[in-house]
Design a protein around this ligand. Sequence first.
Ligand SMILES: NC(=O)c1ccc[n+]([C@@H]2O[C@H](COP(=O)([O-])OP(=O)(O)OC[C@H]3O[C@@H](n4cnc5c(N)ncnc54)[C@H](OP(=O)(O)O)[C@@H]3O)[C@@H](O)[C@H]2O)c1
Length: 300
Amino acid sequence: MQTTQPSIPLNNGMAMPALGLGVFLTPPAQTAGAVSTALRTGYRLIDTAAAYLNERAVGEGIRASGVARDELFITTKLWPGQYGYDEALRGCDASLTRLGLDYLDLYLLHWPVPTDFANTVQAYRAIEKLRADGRIRAIGVCNFLPHHLQRLREETGLVPAVNQIELNPFYTQPETRAMHAQLGIVTQSWAPIGGTYVRNPKAVTNGADTPLKHPLVLQFAEKYGKTPAQIVIRWHLDHGFSAIPKSVRAERIVENWGVFDFSLTLEEITRMDVLDTGVRAGGDPEAFTANSYPTDVNAQ
Ligand SMILES: NC(=O)c1ccc[n+]([C@@H]2O[C@H](COP(=O)([O-])OP(=O)(O)OC[C@H]3O[C@@H](n4cnc5c(N)ncnc54)[C@H](OP(=O)(O)O)[C@@H]3O)[C@@H](O)[C@H]2O)c1
């Protein structure tokens, strides 16, 4: 199996690994183990957030892995409770301290706050300063809809390198992806294998409870001698998306990495594309406020 992973060029000249490990809902006690397992397997991108309350354990996992800092691509996120210029500077500092790092590869605004977009913009301006100061190598956002991206650009003249959005075969966000293509923003998929459908059984699905159980995915898994998760991760990579599947289990972390020795045909990709329900299973960016998921990121 290929162990060097493909990377995706960013609009600032950097390259980002296409596949990474996500750690949302990974309990701190299991986080260092998951991160060091991933890094020893060959992953180089780790995706955490201040709001996941496990940044310290991510730092422990990085140090335990023995992988050199300059080989890594570490992403964390600023929580909307810390938006505003000075608050954002402090939020980044706190994340770096918890991670035990002196710079981040990618720093993301975790959600837009449409009811107070001026504050979202202030946070973005602060992050831009941190980038200019060398504390962050690339800046991005999460969960921005096309009109949020447009407004951010109008107000700052800046285009994020990455927009991390809910994306899997049941929810494919074609309008947001079209805007990414127009502006040169990399699409990074969260819930890439459908974690939202596990967490939210009332979500609208198409033909199965989760993408991993869909007959088409099972059919391709059989054809390629791969697991359903590997088929779905391959669909992301074949589209040119970055994907950050989460697992706390060593065998699944290794399984999710086993995607570099095959690819789907164009026809197979298109057949998976049409599983889109057009309905999100996760949070709605338009309805997001600073109080949507109350999280005291300072209490960690
Ligand atoms: N920016 C945002 O707003 C945002 C929101 C949500 C998530 N994210 C990021 O995206 C990452 C991934 O998204 P996600 O965690 O929501 O969902 P996901 O990666 O699509 O799915 C995770 C779920 O799938 C299970 N799983 C993992 N590998 C599997 C395999 N090979 N076969 C079967 N099941 C498997 C995991 O269980 P086990 O752990 O038990 O294996 C977990 O229940 C997060 O960890 C986080 O870093 C970002």
